[in-house]
Design a protein around this ligand. Sequence first.
Ligand code: KIV
Ligand code: ZN
Length: 516
Amino acid sequence: MTNTNQIKIFDTTLRDGEQSPGASMNIEEKLKIATALEALGVDIIEAGFPAASKGDLEAVTEISKVIKNSKICGLSRASKFDIDAANSALKYAAQPRIHTFISTSELHMTHKLELTSEQVYEKVIDSVTYARNLCDDIEWSCEDGTRTDRDFMCRTVEAAIKSGASTINIPDTVGYSVPEEFSEIITHLMNTVPNIDKATISTHCHNDLGVAVANSLAGVAAGARQIECTINGLGERAGNAALEEVVMAIRTRNDLMPYTTNIKTELLNKTSKLVSAVTGFPVQYNKAIVGKNAFAHEAGIHQDGMLKNSKTYEIMTPESVGVSESNLVMGKHSGRHAFKQKLIELGYDIGDNAIEESFNNFKSLADKKKNVYDEDIIAIVDDQVIRVNDFISLKDLSVVAGTKGPQTAEVTLIIDENEHHAKSTGDGPVDAIFNALMSLVPHKGKLQLYQVHAVTEGTDAQAEVSVRLAENGKTVVGQGADTDTLVASAKAYINALNKLIVKREKTTPSKMSNIS
Ligand code: KIV
Ligand code: ZN
């Protein structure tokens, strides 16, 4: 273990986070998130599990090509096949890391692996040695670590370090541990494993009992210097330790936890929103740090205190996590130059054609909406960017809604440059729209999620809609934004259909041939 108080932040949103049912992302989305994680200052990005699927291998390869400031890590089981896949996916990485793991608890060894502890011990040595011959930076994990016999854990950790692992990760795979116990495990390793000073100890805590963040911090207090976590706490079942929470706990209670991280906390809110939009997993309103209400003060007594001195009820400032007062941007008379400046300020680097299109969209929004805020501009540009390669697009939509049913939708789509028209009824206007779209683009995808969120306050706010479709075990999330919620709904559904087609495309040559 190094002697510093610097904590490495290892983000596994793209690997463990993606394992949440329904959170699968395509390559473009993963690249977008990886780029945001690099900007956030994440030390190590676990980009995927290359042996698990062709898509994962491709994603880790592409991420490795573009990310230079964060290490890129690929996960592998304790097999040559997995390690070779991870190594090959990492070949373009400026700073590659192979993360190999095997279960060490009696329960997992007997019932999952059907191996004796001696066989597992041999596999630890073989896999780490093999990986170390391919890559300089090896992390080893004892899966189900917190339910592993302590003596056996110490033996395997010692062997992994001797074989070349420089990071030892202790997963609480099933989220079973509590802070006192987790701290005791790390302390035991620190005091017992003779070569422990040659490795960084890492925490990897799941949140089944709601204590993943507390366990991670207890691990750090006991000597761990890497925390594995995800944005918004995304992950299998109840998720992983939330990155924004561990980082802000360390920053806010630095008196008790005198550690530092490389995280630019002002980007936390933006990154959280991106992950939520891409996965379609909403952030609960009262979620610590990034929830909509995390800095809202409703009670009169609190508001009064806040006005006198914000420290009365605020332990960290909203600005420190990137939450600012909604910024009034511009009106309909604002020019191109001011708009371009605003895009730069908001962190967008899009080409001239895209700027022109965004500017036109901004102008028509300013015609409809009294006040245009930063959030509106972000929604406009994001909405445009996600549609760039769309094969199907919306030309027209008209809807009859209200108490006198049946609700009816008439849709005109451009599919492969040809116009297609359909009219359908439904159980409500959204159902009517989706039925019309379904009749033009038949598919077997099941609607798993339909979610609307208002970009800003007010009844003229833009609606951002997410739609999740699942077909043959694959899920896609589509997004759409518009001041008209029904148009946003149609756009989101169409965006999901485009993604579904891209997924099918990987197995069939013609885009339309498989729409049935
Ligand atoms: O939870 C877990 O045990 C894991 C390992 C693969 C590190 O995700
Ligand atoms: Zn995990």
